[in-house]
Unconditional design. Structure first.
Ligand code: SF4
Ligand code: ZN
Length: 304
């Protein structure tokens, strides 16, 4: 039996990059501590803030909600869960049920906002409207979700929006941006570069996805079993598999890339290089005259 490095119990998880073995309890504590450290390092939450935790029903967001809920009991901030219903038939219903039950059990208020109410169209309808356009399902969906979360945050009076994005998500997004020539976005990847209100925070940004999966498993967190039908349409799944196989052979590779992304982000911001402007229609951050949300909605509705 391999013993936990922190107590006398049997180790349930071994961190390959450090060799540290931990029992379930010590592992869960280490994830909660790491999350708290990230929040404090980047000053993500201030005393008295109301944090809207974006909860999709997946493992990352439910794990984040659990940890933020525990943290809010001993710190001076409040939380509310916000869920976005994209309108994907046969997919979202299971997740909404899981989120509602999970929030009820924790005693956390949960608010649901739908694309249908906010944009007058479900994602299913938007995908039909896109016609021959080459926008991927996930790029339309992600664009609308960003705006939906902003609306949700303002509606609940939140100061901060917390999402469950982990370290893997960050490096995947970095590579996707590089492959599409979106270099301006590098400046926004530093967690300390927040300028918007409500601010966007990713308290899991320094934690591997595999560790969040194990945290969810060992804490019996229920999560959606049905994957989104559009999940494999974009390049993200291939990039995820590439990074996973790299990490398998070269432990710590993902973390090294993450640290490099942070350095590049700071260099981009400090160089005075243009890292983005403000949308002329809605005032949100963008890289041109009109932000991607406004231009996507206008295009889909045939107003451009
Ligand atoms: Fe939206 Fe793509 Fe996620 Fe499905 S996989 S919910 S289409 S972003
Ligand atoms: Zn232990």
């Amino acid at each position: 039996m391999t013993k936990c490095d922190m107590c006398e119990k049997e180790a349930a998880y071994t961190r390959k990059y450090s060799g540290q073995g931990l029992c379930s309890g010590c592992f869960s504590n280490s994830i909660a501590r790491k999350t708290a450290k990230t929040i404090s390092k980047y000053n993500m939450i201030r005393s008295g803030d109301l944090v809207a935790v974006a909860v999709s029903g997946g493992k990352d967001s439910l794990a984040l909600l659990k940890i933020m809920h525990e943290m809010s009991a001993s710190h001076n901030f409040g939380i509310v869960a916000v869920t976005i219903d994209e309108g994907i038939q046969g997919y979202r219903d299971e997740a909404l049920g899981i989120v509602r039950e999970f929030c009820d059990n924790l005693g956390v208020k949960c608010m649901v906002y739908s694309y249908a109410d906010l944009f007058d169209m479900t994602l299913d309808e938007a995908l039909v409207l896109r016609g021959e356009e080459k926008m991927s399902s996930c790029s339309i969906c992600g664009t609308l979700r960003r705006r939906a979360l902003d609306v949700a945050a303002k509606d609940v009076g939140a100061d901060v929006v917390a999402t469950g994005h982990n370290l893997d998500d960050t490096i995947q997004t970095f590579l996707i941006n590089m492959l599409s020539g979106d270099t301006e976005r590098i400046g926004w990847m530093d967690p300390g570069a927040q300028t918007s209100h409500p601010s966007r925070i990713k308290p899991f940004c320094e934690i591997y996805e595999a560790e969040i999966v194990f945290y969810a498993f060992t804490n019996d967190i229920p999560f959606q079993s049905e994957p989104c039908p559009h999940m494999n349409e974009g390049i993200r799944t291939e990039i995820r598999e590439f990074f996973n196989s790299l990490e398998d052979r070269h432990s710590g590779a993902k973390n090294s890339l993450y640290q490099s992304v942070l350095k590049m982000s700071r260099i981009a911001r400090n160089s005075g290089q243009k890292v983005g402007t403000v949308c002329g229609r809605c005032g949100s951050k963008c890289t041109g005259e009109v932000c991607s949300v406004c231009s996507t909605v206008l295009r889909l509705k045939g107003q451009t």
